[in-house]
Design a protein. Structure first.
Length: 134
């Protein structure tokens, strides 16, 4: 059976509730993953094409397969969920992240507020950016 264009690739399956601080900090210890998580905490949902474009703007040369591997690590750990829409995969923070995890992410975003705001502004200038229907 062919998957539909709105298939949930991974809903984190309740894994977020089992996250440990060690797992979270291991995920956030890499610059690309830290950037992705901060962006998703701020923007709620982003397409992989948006993430790749933004990482390129940060002068972080990174290939699409490498970005996908980082996203898969975050998803497998339970920090993210993903959903395919057409040809693109959209990511968001797992809805069942524990409160302590949200507190860590909020603190990270607050400590890095200038940079996160700059990333969001860059993203608004992205040519051919996917349109949000909802």
């Amino acid at each position: 059976m062919k998957p539909s264009t709105n298939d949930v690739i991974d809903g984190a399956g309740g894994m977020a509730a089992c996250l440990t601080p060690l797992q979270v900090f291991k995920c956030l210890a890499e610059d690309t993953r830290l950037t992705v998580v901060q962006l998703l905490a701020q923007m709620e949902e982003l397409c992989v094409c948006e993430l790749i474009w933004l990482l390129e703007q940060r002068a972080m040369p990174i290939s699409q397969p490498k970005v996908s591997r980082h996203l898969a690590q975050l998803r497998d750990a339970g920090l993210l969920t993903s959903q395919r829409r057409g040809q693109w995969v959209h990511y968001r923070l797992a809805p069942d992240l524990p409160a302590w995890c949200h507190q860590i992410l909020a603190t990270l975003c607050q400590a890095n507020a200038r940079e996160v705001s700059r990333w969001v502004a860059w993203l608004e200038t992205m040519p051919n950016r996917p349109v949000r229907c909802c």
